[in-house]
Design a protein around this ligand. Structure first.
Ligand SMILES: CC(C)=CCC/C(C)=C/COP(=O)(O)OP(=O)(O)O
Ligand SMILES: O=P(O)(O)OP(=O)(O)O
Ligand SMILES: [Mg+2]
Ligand SMILES: [Mg+2]
Length: 308
């Protein structure tokens, strides 16, 4: 059996080339996203939606969705509409998160935030437009997948973005600002919802589209929950250790907003170890998939080693 250990880089062994993989997949996603929304009347709203959607970003959620679908016997074509929808939902969450009523941020993905360019009113609507279009896009453009699977994907996406997911996590995140007595359970809840839920949907929807077994879906969900938590821990570390140039957004915001984070509770080193452990547990879930899991194993390790 292939284990996560023998998938790790060993000198002399051919290893998975994640950099090339990411570049290729990012290009595929960029093309699909560019084609997904065109500008029409009233131009302003379509331009605002495209401004943030096409502003770059790692495209991790769509790439993870495509990878899971392929690993479980599907292909890129059946997963691409869902992959695009995940990025539309993610972009909506960033536009709204940056609004003055929430984090009040001026930069995102190396550019001025949506409300700085289009105004608060249009930025709210651009987020709404992207969210609604994400669901329309999956429903209309997914081909060669049964209606039953498609319905399951739509339901899973809806749950991930609503009060049981991103919205719920964001509410607690906002309520926790300035409070020093946030428990690690509350912190985990925030991370698992504001970040974990959409990553989990990215993984699980890929598996649903491919028609993988219920057991595999549970396994995939556990993998995703672990990488989701690790992702947010690293995000909070980067807010302390990285630069605006590298991240494309303002840094040092958590300390300024007096936010309790993993590194503020346990320090950077322990938080990093914690993230590493979560990644190891995540990868262990993929062992039954053998060599087919290489991309998802590499993507999980990328989450802790990333610089942006
Ligand atoms: C429903 C909504 C609006 C959800 C927002 C979800 C989210 C992950 C925001 C970014 O988190 P952050 O503020 O911790 O990170 P960043 O530094 O990227 O702003
Ligand atoms: O790369 P991005 O901008 O999509 O952000 P995130 O780090 O939240 O994936
Ligand atoms: Mg926030
Ligand atoms: Mg923010």
């Amino acid at each position: 059996m292939v284990t996560t250990d023998n998938l790790k880089q060993t000198p002399g062994k051919p290893t998975f080339d994640l950099i090339t993989y990411l570049k290729e997949r990012q290009k595929l996603c960029e093309v699909a996203l560019e084609q997904a929304i065109s500008v029409r009347y009233p131009e302003k709203i379509y331009e605002a939606m495209r401004y943030s959607l096409l502003a770059g970003g790692k495209r991790l959620r769509p790439i993870i969705c495509l990878a899971t679908c392929e690993m479980t016997g599907g292909n890129i074509a059946i997963a691409m509409p869902t992959a695009c929808a995940l990025e539309m939902i993610h972009t909506m969450s960033l536009i709204h998160d940056d609004l003055p009523a929430m984090d009040n941020d001026d930069y995102r993905r190396g550019k001025l935030t949506n409300h700085k360019v289009y105004g608060e009113d249009i930025a709210i609507l651009a987020g709404d437009g992207l969210l609604a279009y994400a669901f329309e896009y999956v429903a209309v453009n997914t081909k060669d997948v049964s209606a039953e699977r498609l319905l399951r994907v739509v339901a899973h996406l809806g749950r991930a973005v609503g009060a049981a997911g991103l919205v719920g996590g964001q509410v607690l995140d906002l309520e926790s600002e300035g409070k020093s007595d946030i428990s690690s359970e509350t912190l985990d809840f925030i991370h698992q919802h504001k970040t974990g839920a959409l990553l989990e949907a990215s993984v699980v929807c890929g598996g649903i589209l491919a028609g993988t077994s219920e057991d595999n879906l549970k396994r995939l969900s556990r993998y995703a929950k672990n990488i989701g938590l690790a992702f947010q821990i690293i995000d909070d570390i980067l807010d302390i250790t990285s630069t605006q140039e590298q991240l494309g957004k303002t840094v040092g915001k958590d300390q300024k907003a007096k936010k309790v984070t993993y590194p503020s509770l346990w320090g950077i080193e322990k938080s990093q170890k914690q993230a590493q452990q979560l990644i190891e547990s995540a990868c262990a879930e993929l062992e039954p998939f053998g060599k087919a899991a290489e991309p998802l194993v590499a993507l999980a390790h990328f989450i802790t080693s990333r610089s942006h």
